[in-house]
Design a protein around this ligand. Structure first.
Ligand SMILES: [Fe+2]
Length: 398
């Protein structure tokens, strides 16, 4: 097949991240002295509002990278491997490809009250998982819509986020209504027009990768953000997927302008034994397409075509697949997945090999295709950042 599949340690990839277009910036109508990005309908063309900019995205799991830090950088990873029943549950959700009410209940039960060590001698105690915001996302390689007819509901059918964004303005809807304006005083936050650096109470997103060989999450080291210049208020319409009263029909969130000083991070092989916790109140994040995903998409579509032919009882003829080299900066897990898919394309069973050989091949092809679909779960959590000493850290997950 001529694929260059030498796995190696990569420290960074060059990737396109989606930022607000400078021409979309307007003044804010509220008297906060901030900038705002124009809201367009959810189905409007992505590139009308956003522009792709090339960024270096560093793999924080590579040797020599500094440790993450929730309070300094806006995000950090926590270790979930020690919660065995949670790991079983996450495997089940990954295989099912969706999350049901019962799984959501179990997730909440397993995580509420858990305490995780953080950098800087701190720990994070999860107090409450918000009723809204527990969702599962799925996205195909290179932006491929794997299930175009799937309808978006409260918890399922969400595509992978394309644009860099921050989830919630501490002074905005719906937090303003839910907490009657007290959120900025109660929650620790860094907002362009004022911070609360004293409260131990935080609102964090917990983001669990079920699998992310493709379209990984990237997060910005927030200490490299010039918030006054590059953080924009943005009213996200929610009426297509949330049933809310009229005064809460938007989410006041954030989008961002690109700047060369911003530093971005991802993890090339994170699985659900780890999760990110990041500041819901403004930490910039989004997904991106890894170099080489276009090749994964190509083999995904080839395998899909052959599977359909075999299921119809036809012989699946492999097309002559043009040999393509992977970019040298592609990640080792993506290389392995592409190698597996390429191998399956060239070993499709012939008619005289019989039905059992076809069944085995179909199973392997489905698994290989599924492996390059990004799946993740996220939830909003009210938590406390406390010193990592007894009795504050009682119940510490180790
Ligand atoms: Fe988000």
């Amino acid at each position: 097949m001529g694929l260059a599949l030498e796995p190696g340690v990569i420290n960074e990839v060059e990737a396109q991240l989606g930022f607000s277009r400078p021409e979309e910036v307007t003044g804010d109508h509220e008297d906060r002295g901030l900038k705002r990005a124009t809201t367009r309908p959810l189905d409007s063309e992505f590139t009308q509002q956003f522009e792709y900019r090339s960024c270096k995205v560093r793999d924080w799991s590579a040797p020599g990278e500094a440790a993450l830090n929730l309070q300094k950088m806006g995000f950090e990873s926590i270790d979930l491997a020690g919660i065995e029943k949670l790991q079983t549950l996450l495997s089940q959700i990954r295989e099912a490809g969706e999350i049901g009410l019962q799984e959501a209940r179990h997730l909440r039960r397993r995580l509420t009250g858990a305490v995780f060590p953080l950098a800087g001698g701190k720990c994070l105690k999860l107090l409450n998982i918000a009723p809204e915001g527990l969702i599962m996302r799925k996205g195909g390689p290179n932006g491929l819509k794997i299930d175009p007819d799937l309808k978006m509901t409260g918890m399922n059918g969400h595509d992978v986020a394309l644009a860099v964004h921050g989830d919630q303005d501490v002074r905005g809807t719906p937090l303003k209504q839910i907490m009657r304006g007290f959120a900025p005083r109660l929650f620790r936050h860094q907002t362009p027009d004022g911070a609360n650096n004293f409260s131990p109470l935080v609102l964090v997103n917990m983001w669990i990768p079920l699998q992310q060989i493709t379209r990984p999450l990237t997060l910005m080291d927030r200490s490299t953000l010039n918030a006054r210049e590059h953080q924009l208020r943005y009213a996200l319409p929610t009426d297509s997927f949330l049933d809310r009263s009229e005064d809460m029909s938007v989410n006041d969130s954030w989008t961002f302008l690109h700047d060369d000083a911003q530093q971005w991070y991802f993890h090339s092989h994170m699985t659900h034994d780890q999760a990110y916790v990041f500041d819901t109140l403004g930490e910039p994040h989004g997904s991106f397409i890894l170099p080489g995903e276009d090749i994964a998409e190509h083999y995904y579509l080839e395998l899909q075509r052959m599977c359909n032919q075999l299921r119809l009882g036809e012989s699946a003829k492999p097309r002559v697949i043009t040999a393509r080299d992977l970019p040298s900066t592609s990640t080792a897990p993506l290389r392995r997945a592409i190698e597996t898919m390429a191998g399956l394309c060239s070993s499709v069973p012939l008619e005289n090999q019989g039905q059992p050989a076809v069944e085995v091949w179909l199973t392997r092809a489905s698994e290989a295709m599924d492996s390059v679909v990004r799946k993740s779960i996220e939830m909003r959590v009210v938590a406390l950042v406390l010193p990592n000493v007894w009795p504050f850290n009682r119940g510490l997950v180790s």
